[in-house]
Design a protein around this ligand. Structure first.
Ligand SMILES: NC(=O)c1ccc[n+]([C@@H]2O[C@H](COP(=O)([O-])OP(=O)(O)OC[C@H]3O[C@@H](n4cnc5c(N)ncnc54)[C@H](OP(=O)(O)O)[C@@H]3O)[C@@H](O)[C@H]2O)c1
Length: 249
């Protein structure tokens, strides 16, 4: 039996994070689940214990709020006894029309999806650098690959996060530390509850969790999930503006 890994999940009530945590629980890992809703955290924790996790700890924390982030992060590490793999999963989709109409909502979205996420990623990176090993995984989005009228507030934040992770991967290239940027397409989770679903572009959170696990094992700096989004976004990024401007996306 391999030694249980120490797993830190920031945004552990996310459907994608929860499915990935299940994969880790069945391997007998130790997990610290961080989220803002204690009720949901406790349900996820009980489920992971039942699935075989060696230990599951929880910490209530509003992750968009970065006041005292270094001290809070230090307390997470102290409780977990270090970290082997950290997943930064939390995020909000928000609404583009609201972001345009209300700068407070725009700021809140940017703070949640980019500013705070970059700060937690930097804190994880520092810990992994000190330990000389480990993996940081953060969930960005294909939405960050090109600004579109329907969701550029969310997309810009994810673009910022993707570039931040790119920089971290570059910083740790050739070292035992791994940085993985996950770029899902459309995933059937509570975040997309209001969107009409179905069709070949939609994936389950289980599928995304499996792709995350494979990307960690293969030490991939960027993973599009499912894989075909790599091709879709290659086309979208390279569409000439004249054609792109005519598309209602
Ligand atoms: N679903 C998709 O189609 C899709 C596509 C591309 C990328 N993503 C990204 O995938 C990640 C996971 O999303 P998901 O699809 O699994 O959706 P989800 O189930 O709705 O998860 C989002 C999670 O973020 C948490 N969260 C939001 N703000 C927070 C805060 N201030 N502090 C702590 N936790 C906070 C939410 O907590 P509460 O439960 O307390 O609200 C929720 O658990 C997100 O980063 C999202 O942007 C999703």
């Amino acid at each position: 039996m391999p030694e249980p890994k120490k797993i830190l999940i920031l945004g552990a009530t996310s459907a994608i994070a929860e499915r990935w945590a299940r994969l880790r629980a069945t391997r007998g890992d130790r997990l610290l689940l961080v989220g803002r809703d204690p009720g949901k955290l406790s349900i996820v924790a009980d489920d992971l214990r039942a699935r075989g996790a060696t230990e599951v700890l929880v910490a209530e924390s509003d992750l968009a709020d970065t006041d005292g982030a270094p001290q809070r992060f230090a307390s997470f590490l102290e409780r977990l006894g270090g970290v082997d793999v950290a997943l930064v999963a939390y995020g909000v989709l928000g609404n583009q029309a609201d972001a345009q109409a209300d700068t407070d909502r725009l700021e809140q979205g940017l703070r949640t999806n980019f500013l705070s996420a970059a700060i937690w990623c930097e804190l994880v990176a520092g810990a992994l650098e000190t330990a000389g090993a480990g993996t940081l995984v953060a969930i960005s989005s294909v939405a960050g690959d090109r600004g579109r009228r329907s969701n550029y507030a969310y997309g810009a934040a994810k673009a910022g996060l993707s570039v931040y992770l790119d920089g971290l991967a570059h910083r740790f290239a050739g070292t035992p530390v791994t940085v993985v940027a996950v770029k899902p397409g459309f995933v059937d989770t509570p975040m997309t509850a209001h969107v009409q679903k179905g069709g070949p572009l939609w994936a389950t959170p289980e599928r995304v969790a499996e792709d995350i696990e494979r990307a960690i094992a293969k030490r991939r700096p960027v993973v599009y999930t499912p894989w075909f989004w790599w091709g879709v976004m290659l086309i979208i990024r390279n569409l000439p503006r004249m054609i792109f401007n005519r598309m209602n996306i």
